[in-house]
Structure formats: C-alpha cells, structure tokens
Design a protein around this ligand. Structure first.
Ligand code: FE
Length: 334
C-alpha cells in the first residue's frame, strides 16, 4: 500500500513536467528574426514554442484545419494578411491591458482583433548620381511627368504597395488616387517585377532613378556583401515630410479563433510587444518598434528622424480592396 502511494506521488510530481506549457505559432515572418525572440520568451515564461514557418499558404492551412488547428497565433509580415485573417473570421479578439499599454491605439484593431508589432517606412529610394536625395519628395510627385521612365517598383498588388495605395485613397479619395496611380504607371521604367531590393539594384544599373521600398531593406543590403553596392548607389528618402508624413506599413500578430492554448497565446503577444522583444525586432531586422521609448538600431538612427503619417492602420485597411481594384483598373502590373 505504502509503495503504491509513493508511486502515485512520484507520478503526480512528474506529470506537470510532461505536460509542458506550449504555444503554437504559424509564422509568415522569417526564422532568423523570430527564433531569438521566441528563445527569450521561453526562457522568461517556461512556455515552449512550436513554429511553422512559411512564405505562403498559412491562412489557407488555418482555414482548412478549422477548429482542429493547432495554431494559437499567426505572425504576419504585413497589414494585408492581418486584415485577411480578420475578414475570413479566423481570429478572436484579445483585450489585455499590458498589450494595450505597449501598442499605441493607431497600431491595433479597435476591437482587439489584430496588433501591429513593428513599423517600417514605405520610402522612396533615389539614385545618388542622378537625383538629389531629398525628404521634400512626396508620393504624389511619383505621378509627375518629370519622372517619366524613371521609376521602378514591385507589383502593385504586393501588400506593401497595396498599403500605400490604400493610404492614398484614404487621404485623397478613390478618383484622385486612381489618377495618381495611372500617373505613376505611366512613369514606370519597366513592368513591375521583383522585390523591393531588385528595384534598388535596377537604380544602381541605371535602369531607373527612383523606387519604392521598405526602409529596413537598406540595412539588409548594407549588411549583405553582394548587395552593398546597390544600397550605396541610393539615398533613402522619407516622403511627405512637409505635410502628412511618410506612409508606415506594419508586421503584426493575431490570436486564432480556436487557439488551443489561448492563455499562452496572449502571453506571447504580451511578450512580443514588450521592450525586450521590440528591441530585438529593431536590432535584428532594422525595423521601428511600435512600443514608444524603445530605441532603434544605430544604423536605422543614422537614416535620420522623420514624421510618420499618423493615420490609423485600421483606417487604411478599409481601403485595401479599393486599392487592389485600382491596380487592376489602371493595369498597373501589365
Ligand atoms: Fe519585407
């Protein structure tokens, strides 16, 4: 009898270890960036993390799995995916004081359905040789005839450009935004193609003078032996400094609708918005923290201070579908 009790005691003391706390993550964000943050999270909370990394298809997978999905949170690299997750009914709202304190209002859904975690400027890169770098440039100028044949960009349908176009709709209305987009299309040096870095390469090769690109890519190119010369051929410009400020796009996170480890999911979102995680985002990927008071990396600081467009991401997201429609209507990518 005694023996049995001793065994039971042993089992119950072992049990909690076996049922280790976990949180399951579907991540559109890359391994090199997320892994150090997750390791620090586990160290601090004891919660193990399991991650599925993929560039594509995670939303479809979540949909297919339905209530049997193991995913607790989804990490996205742009606002479009956050809105898609919301529109597909794949998420549940989070109301948490710590998270709401860390992330300013304009960078989270008013109903707590999604949270932005990092910011980047949709900047205009310009040739050092052929254009004078200037924060006087405005997105509106990209439609000016003086830039005919001088602009390179990736697809108009890429979320980074959709965000910018949606912000133009928010600020100017659909008709004017369409006129602008048509003007930009007419100024393109070539059909939209490649990623943001490919456009900077094209500037270096003399194919164009200006391009649209996220700010952190400048840092990534400068840290890459093959790409450093591309980055050195351009200036980074923060547009619309004399008026509304530069367009900001974001990466973010949601809690899934059927999160099996809901509390741990919320704990992870708390951690991702904390000073410690925000500093890692800033230093590893050269992004701007959403949490106020967290410093940017030295390299990012060297690009200078700037004014951001203060429009809420939730406001921009209302015009996402219109933006996609305009890209089709002006045949931007054709
Ligand atoms: Fe990116």
């Amino acid at each position: 009898m005694k023996k049995k009790i001793a065994l039971l005691c042993l089992m119950s003391s072992v049990a909690p270890v076996m049922a280790a706390e976990t949180v399951n993550i579907y991540s559109y964000r890359q391994d090199f960036l997320i892994q150090p943050i997750l390791e620090a999270f586990t160290k601090e909370t004891g919660i193990e993390t399991k991650v599925v990394f993929a560039k594509k298809g995670l939303i479809e997978r979540l949909k297919r799995e339905g209530k049997f999905s193991p995913a607790d949170v989804v990490l996205t690299s742009n606002f479009s995916k956050l809105i898609q997750l919301q529109d597909e009914g794949l998420i549940q709202p989070v109301h948490d004081e710590t998270i709401e304190k860390n992330i300013p209002k304009s960078f989270r859904d008013p109903e707590g359905k999604w949270f932005a975690l990092t910011k980047r400027v949709r900047s205009i890169y310009s040739s050092k040789d052929r254009q004078k770098g200037s924060n006087k440039i405005r997105y509106e100028d990209l439609a000016d005839q003086k830039y005919k044949g001088k602009i390179c960009t990736r697809s108009g349908k890429h979320p980074y450009n959709v965000g910018l176009i949606a912000s133009m709709v928010a600020h100017h209305g659909e008709a004017k935004a369409k006129e602008w987009l048509q003007g930009v299309k007419e100024n393109l040096a070539r059909k939209p193609q490649g990623n943001d870095r490919a456009q900077v390469k094209a500037i270096k090769e003399g194919l164009c003078d200006l391009s649209l690109g996220n700010s952190y890519y400048l840092g990534k190119m400068l840290k890459n032996d093959k790409q450093r010369s591309w980055a050195e051929a351009v200036n980074i410009n923060f547009p619309n400094q004399a008026d509304r400020g530069a367009h900001i796009n974001v990466s973010g996170v949601v809690l899934t609708k059927h999160a099996p480890n809901k509390a741990n999911g919320v704990r992870l979102i708390q951690y991702l918005s904390s000073k410690q995680a925000q500093e890692t985002y800033a230093s590893v990927n050269m992004e701007y923290p959403v949490k106020e008071g967290v410093p940017v990396s030295d390299m990012v600081a060297s690009w200078g201070k700037f004014k951001e467009d203060s429009i809420a991401i939730s406001e921009i997201s209302k015009h996402r579908v219109t933006a996609l429609k305009l890209v089709d209507e002006v045949k931007f990518d054709l």
